[in-house]
Design a protein around this ligand. Structure first.
Ligand code: FNR
Length: 188
């Protein structure tokens, strides 16, 4: 199974990027995770959406080729960061590659609530008509005080978080199998 990760922080020491890398390594027996580059995407612009720059073409092609998308988000001003909204706007137009593609959301912040408000907005956005992505139900992952849960080498060391993520990753894989069985029935 191929999963594309969209990480809502482009800073070098991003905890959410560290979380994406952790998931990539820890669950490689479940799925192959590719962390997509959203730094190179220009601002979404309706004037160029039909013939966008190569960075947009490549980004959309990778999402289109994935079996699912993992959204890894911080919270900025009680919502998701602009870089993530920008990526979503590109995905929602022209060939609308997210429609019907399953999603899984995780997120972290240095605050207590671990991006809960941002993730709530992201859930609503995934229902928008240009995205229409089925979302892994339940299994919310809010990693608060994230700076205390990774060590200096960028490894997740908080045991309860590790155990909870193991459970959610397993649930995600089970749910993905159900999704593909349902799709098979619908296509038959
Ligand atoms: C934040 N941060 C933040 N945290 C939070 O829990 N709720 C919030 O609303 C905000 N708002 C916010 C706005 C802006 C512009 C910045 C730069 C930061 C703090 C944020 O959780 C923290 O910087 C995380 O470490 C960001 O994620 P990465 O970059 O480490 O992945």
């Amino acid at each position: 199974m191929k999963v594309a990760a969209i990480v809502g922080s482009i800073r070098k020491e991003s905890y959410n990027m560290k979380l994406a890398r952790y998931i990539q390594k820890r669950y490689k027996h479940f799925f192959q995770l590719e962390v997509l580059n959203i730094r190179e995407l220009p601002f979404y612009d309706q004037d160029i959406e039909a013939a966008p720059p190569q960075s947009v073409i490549d980004f959309k092609a990778k999402v289109a080729a994935a079996d699912a998308v993992l959204w890894v988000t911080p919270e900025y001003n009680s919502t998701i960061p602009g870089v993530m909204v920008n990526a979503i706007d590109w995905l929602s137009r022209v060939d609308r590659v997210m429609i019907g593609k399953p999603s899984w959301i995780v997120g972290s912040s240095m605050g207590m609530l671990g991006s809960v408000k941002g993730q709530s907005h992201l859930r609503d956005i995934l229902f928008a008509s240009g995205i229409s992505s089925p979302l892994l139900p339940g299994n919310e992952v809010y990693i608060g005080l994230v700076h205390e849960k990774f060590d200096g080498k960028g490894e997740l060391t908080d045991e309860p978080t590790i155990q909870y993520l193991d459970l959610v990753a397993e649930n995600f894989v089970k749910w993905m199998k159900e999704q593909s069985r349902l799709k098979g029935l619908q296509d038959a």
